[in-house]
Write a protein that binds this ligand. Structure first.
Ligand code: A3P
Length: 298
């Protein structure tokens, strides 16, 4: 267990290539709220067999997943023991409500945590520990649009021009780097302890997604239980009830950009011009096909 006296040194950069303050760990762009001391401990973390990690590129539906999972098994140590009763973000160390690693580290089992880390920076021993990782994939066009709106809602962001944002996304000049590298890094390494789930499939049939999730974490539920969780986890219901469970809540100006924004697949069509769509397809489509990934844009 890490020492509670861990003193983070923040080396956040204002880098002209990035819209928001960023911290480079081993040259990889993380949130400005991450730091070396914590990241060193995160990569060396000893996962426990009954840990569940929710991972995804930002704006892929990671919070949706965390709220569903927190209902599948209601006795998570992480939720019982942290002050905010929220699932922490593993790699950040900003206080008061985002010192994820420390909260996770001291929680009793079973623990539930969220992370946006790429595969190569994830706790190294996760496979041998045989813990569970659920990795969510959302189509990059919708993630890009969703991220644009979220960044508008953050005080930290320098500019908020859609065309600039899209260009940076394509270049991977974003927190957590390039979408394709992130997704393929995880998907290509998916083993028995990593489940890949798609946002668009959850939109189409949430009950069966909940059923697959519950089987995967070793806590199978009946059809009725899955239906109840799916009902409470639909977008409209979560918008009314779940804001207090979201980690970004305190940082995001909900009046500028609500966290529960649209929650649909295919919203990118309202933002992309024809030529922006072509740029995206040129950069991502071929590589997505080569990787064997099936991405749905609706
Ligand atoms: P939009 O901005 O497109 O609406 P993350 O949790 O990884 O930050 O992802 C946020 C995205 O997931 C947002 O997308 C948010 O609205 C969407 N989302 C959150 N809860 C959802 C739900 N219950 N159903 C569908 N989408 C949801």
């Amino acid at each position: 267990m890490a020492s509670n006296s861990l003193k983070p040194t923040f080396l956040t950069e204002i880098n002209p290539d990035y819209a928001a303050p960023v911290y480079f760990y081993d040259k990889f762009p993380l949130l400005g709220a991450s730091c070396k001391e914590v990241m060193d401990q995160v990569t060396d973390l000893e996962p426990r067999k009954d840990d569940v990690y929710i991972v995804g590129y930002p704006k892929s539906g990671t919070n949706w997943l965390q709220i569903l999972l927190s209902q599948i098994y209601q006795d998570w140590g992480t939720l019982r023991e942290n002050e905010q009763k929220r699932i922490p973000l593993l790699e950040v160390s900003e206080k008061p409500n985002l010192n994820g690693f420390q909260q996770f580290d001291k929680a009793s089992s079973p623990r539930l945590v969220k992370s946006h880390l790429p595969y190569h920076l994830f706790p190294r021993k996760h496979q041998e520990a045989d813990c569970k990782v659920v990795y969510i994939v959302r189509n990059p066009k919708d993630s890009c649009v969703s991220l644009f709106h979220m960044m508008k809602g953050f005080r930290l962001v320098r500019d908020e021009d859609w065309a600039d944002h899209m260009t940076r996304f394509v270049q991977g000049k974003m927190w957590y780097g390039n979408w394709l590298d992130h997704v393929t890094g995880w998907v290509n390494n998916a083993g028995h302890n990593i489940m890949i789930i798609h946002y668009e499939d959850m939109k189409k049939d949430l009950t069966s997604a909940v059923s697959r999730l519950s089987d995967f974490i070793g806590h199978p539920l009946s059809l009725t239980e899955c239906q109840l969780i799916a009902e409470s986890g639909n977008f409209d219901n979560m918008k009314k009830t779940a804001l207090h469970q979201i980690n970004v809540g305190g940082h995001l100006h909900q009046d500028v950009s609500p966290f529960f924004r649209k929650g649909v697949a295919g919203d990118w069509k309202n933002a992309f011009t024809v030529s922006q769509n072509e740029i995206f397809d040129t950069v991502f489509d071929q590589k997505v096909k080569e990787s064997g990934l099936k991405i749905s844009y609706e």
